[in-house]
Ligand binder design. Structure first.
Ligand code: SAM
Ligand code: DTB
Ligand code: SF4
Length: 327
């Protein structure tokens, strides 16, 4: 315990699995206390960054991710949509900005973008930046040159998740490797774009897998600026539909461990909030989560209403964070 407290302000990229598992094993109150202490040293504890998602290209994805509504290999009720026109993206971004969101995240159901489709995404990034919002995109695997193009367009963040531990990964996705994902993260980082990388809990993985996922993230050469922790949204027609839900306290513990081992990263309480009550979300904030997706839709599934989130923020005295000042 004292060893951990001494190390709390240090940014470490050499976390060992035994150390991470030992943090997971702490009594709940000790774990939350430690996470909250570290959180307060690095962030305003009553401030949460809010982003809004938009699916710019929906469904018909060739990848076989077992959780995803958008995989062509899963038979879900989802309606496919081609790449959205620029004007629709701009009006959705304007709505998000008016609602108080500071970052607009655009997601496409691609294995990877073609150079031609990237041209359209570049136009979207430029337009959303002009509106004074931060931009994030998640487009699948990215080559070095493509990452540089996005950086030149002004992209702030690229989201690409490791999803789970390297050991459990093959149970969830077979059409791209863990190494492919690490390579994309490396290309994004080298291009000078902020990295958003996290995973999904509640896919049948063990605590060790959750610890290994966090270890992979925390031992990247530089911690991701943003770490989304998703609770699996179970979608009818996907192989993971009907799986036992992860225990709430285990989810909260994972958030706390992420906060402790990546002290300066934004930990995003991402998908799955529809199934969480206010008390659970509050414990996640107490454990160090400090960003959320805001607005009634994630990519293809529902998210709490803005009015519900506003009410919760008011009850907790949380305010939404202002966008970062331009350098
Ligand atoms: N196709 C791109 C890719 O996979 O890199 C970008 C979009 S993909 C939908 C972005 C991330 O959303 C996935 O990596 C996964 O972590 C998360 N996600 C997708 N479906 C989910 C679900 N049903 N529940 C929780 N998270 C999910
Ligand atoms: C992330 O980690 N979670 C977001 C975002 N990055 C792109 C996506 C969640 C998707 C949830 C299922 C859906 O709405 O399709
Ligand atoms: Fe495709 Fe991304 Fe869904 Fe996997 S998570 S099926 S890559 S949209």
């Amino acid at each position: 315990m004292s060893l951990l407290i001494k190390q709390k302000t240090e940014i470490r990229t050499d976390w060992k699995i035994d150390e991470i598992e030992a943090i997971f094993d702490l009594p709940f109150a000790d774990l939350i206390h430690q996470a909250q202490t570290i959180h307060r040293e690095n962030f305003d504890a009553n401030s949460v960054q809010i982003s809004t998602l938009l699916s710019i290209k929906t469904g018909a994805c060739p990848e076989d991710c077992a959780y995803c509504s958008q995989s062509a290999l899963n038979t879900t009720d989802l309606e496919r949509e081609k790449l959205l026109p620029l004007n629709e993206v701009v009006s959705a971004a304007q709505e998000a900005k008016d609602a108080g969101s500071t970052r607009f995240c655009m997601g496409a159901a691609w294995r990877n973008p073609t150079d031609k489709s990237l041209d359209h995404v570049v136009d979207m990034i430029v337009a959303v930046k002009e509106m004074g919002m931060e931009t994030c995109v998640t487009l699948g695997m990215l080559k070095k040159e493509q990452a540089i193009r996005l950086k030149e367009a002004g992209l702030d963040y690229y989201n690409h998740n490791l999803d789970t531990s390297p050991e459990f990964y093959g149970n969830i996705i077979t059409t791209r490797t863990y190494n492919d994902r690490l390579e994309t993260l490396d290309n994004v980082r080298s291009a000078g774009i902020n990295v958003c990388a996290g995973g999904i809990l509640g896919m049948g993985e063990t605590r060790r897998d959750r610890a290994r996922l966090l270890q992979e993230l925390a031992t990247l050469p530089q911690h991701p600026e943003s770490v989304p922790i998703n609770d699996l949204v179970q979608v009818k027609g996907t192989p993971l539909d009907g799986i036992d839900r992860l225990d709430s306290f285990e989810f909260i513990r994972t958030v706390a461990v992420a906060r402790i081992i990546m002290p300066k990263s934004y930990v995003r309480l991402s998908a799955g909030r529809m199934e969480m009550n206010d008390e659970m979300q509050s414990l996640c904030f107490l454990a160090g989560a400090n960003s959320i997706f805001y607005g009634e839709r994630l990519l293809t599934t529902d998210n709490p209403s803005e009015s519900h989130d506003n009410l919760l923020f008011n009850k907790l005295g949380i305010k939404s964070e202002k966008p970062l000042e331009k350098a």
